[in-house]
Design a binder for this molecule. Structure first.
Ligand code: NAP
Length: 242
């Protein structure tokens, strides 16, 4: 049995990634925060397509919850390990820096950056022991370019990119790859408050991306074919910024 843990699997990009990896034969350990109904729907979709999954809700930004969830999973699967980790959970709390509140800053950093740290540190042990694994981090165009109104989000994603590059070098000798994917604008709940008609004029492809398009890239990075790709940040943004 091959296991892939996807954080933020209940909606948007995480949902599409879960479906794509299930198609590749992985049993999906579906993490999400609190939206049980959405997660159950994704689980039904995976199973209807012949795939397998397990629901695993916890707050990635809470180290005790991360530790407890991984310990519980390990106890229930003593002979298995999670060989693919997709750190996808993320939140946006946009504001101009001069108006930004402490909680807007910390919640974004805690989810994207600290969540990556708590969970990856824990699952990496098994990947190193088994001499193989994939860590795929969901960064953003915002972390490469910086976007006004998103100093918190840009900082979190830029830091995630730095961590990706550093960790990739630490674990490469054990055949564990660590890469980041940097989407531009993708049609999900996270972008539904944006003016798509206005923003798509700035995109050379003249449209937002689809979660499935990001998922296909993640699925490739998780596959054996991507064994020699590590420490990279791969943009998927319709030509918006390269
Ligand atoms: P989304 O539709 O808003 O879904 C967010 C997912 O993250 C949900 O499954 C949510 O769970 C989960 N989540 C949020 N906080 C969490 C926490 N503390 N612990 C565990 N799970 C948590 O977002 P999306 O657009 O698919 O974005 C997915 C990732 O892609 C994010 O990292 C985002 O920054 C990145 N990204 C998105 C875009 C875009 O245009 N959409 C562009 C670039 C990068 P619940 O359902 O339980 O709330």
């Amino acid at each position: 049995m091959k296991y892939a843990l996807v954080t933020g699997a209940s909606r948007g990009i995480g949902r599409a990634v879960s479906l794509a990896l299930a198609q590749q034969g992985y049993t999906i350990v579906m993490n999400y925060h609190s939206n049980h109904e959405a997660a159950r729907q994704v689980a039904q979709e995976i199973e209807a397509a012949g795939g397998k999954c397990e629901l695993c809700p916890f707050d990635v930004s809470n180290p005790e919850e991360v530790e407890a969830a991984v310990a519980k999973w390990t106890e229930a699967h003593p002979d298995d390990y999670i060989s693919v980790l997709v750190n996808n959970a993320g939140v946006r709390h946009d504001n101009l820096m001069i108006f930004m509140q402490n909680d807007e800053w910390h919640s974004v950093l805690n989810t994207t950056l600290n969540g990556f740290f708590y969970l990856t540190r824990r699952l990496l042990k098994d990947m190193l022991t088994h001499r193989g694994g994939r860590v795929i981090n969901m960064a953003s165009l915002s972390g490469l370019k910086g976007l006004p109104g998103q100093t918190n989000y840009s900082a979190a994603k830029a830091a995630l990119i730095g961590a990706t590059k550093a960790l990739a070098q630490e674990v490469a000798p054990r055949k564990v790859t660590v890469n980041a994917v940097a989407p531009g604008f993708v049609e999900t709940d996270m972008t539904k408050d944006l003016d798509e008609n206005q923003l798509k004029e700035t995109i050379p492809m003249k449209r937002f991306g689809k979660p499935e398009e990001v998922a296909d890239l993640v699925a490739f990075l998780a596959s054996d074919k991507a064994a020699y790709i590590t420490g990279q940040v791969i943009s998927i943004n319709g030509g918006l910024y390269t």
